[in-house]
Design a protein around this ligand. Sequence first.
Ligand code: AMP
Length: 259
Amino acid sequence: MHASNQGRHVSGAEDLVALDAAATAAARFVERALAAGPVEEVVVRVEMLTRVPVNLPLLPLFTADGPAAEVRATARVLLAAAGIDAGLAETVMAILSAGAAGDGNNMRGAMLIDSASGLRLERDQRRGVRARHFALASELRATLPDELARAGYAHHRTLEGWLLATKMVATPGALAELCWSDEPTYTTGYVALAGMGYVRLPHLKAEGDPHGGRALFLAPGSDPALATAWLEDTPCLAGGPVNIHPPQPLAALMKALRS
Ligand code: AMP
């Protein structure tokens, strides 16, 4: 589903479901788009998969606990654990803060960044690479939203971000992902570290800020075409085991991530 207003993206979402559940899923997306605010157009596409989905284990979920003023420093420390230079992390945060499409607007997709050179590798730097074809494995659909809500994470964006991050950092060559939403009231972002975890970062941006985006850091020499094919075309289902950790300060977090 893609909703827009006056030519601007408002919201988007997708799901992988069995054929007999497709109509209900499409209707739910339309309802959600219309309820979210003014929209001029809601486009829903129903597509048949031609490949069997890849099963991915959900990244362990963590939340950083600390003062809002230190959260970007925390993001830099986390990214450093994946080998991302602090200066590059800072530059990428500045790009996201300004609107990564280059004209003050947000991108529709993610930046792909060579972690050694800092160069952007996506073909279209205004749009970025948009990951699609990912969903929660069927055995978790009935239970995981409640489990998350019980842990204090009832917002639908937590699950959506977690799922997307699980696919993003499973990209060939991916080291880490940095994200915060472009929704002005949703200020929690995250750093996802390949093979380690998905770390929620409350207050990663200021309340009211309309800018957001995603950056996927790739190991030096990674093939951006391969990464793009994975993100755009490879269907993935994220399943268990489910690990949801309570909020913890950075030092404890780093220890838990490495264990
Ligand atoms: P959201 O978390 O939906 O507010 O999205 C924040 C930003 O992440 C958007 O402005 C896009 O730049 C990027 N983004 C959203 N969805 C995707 C996706 N499926 N694949 C890649 N990037 C995305």
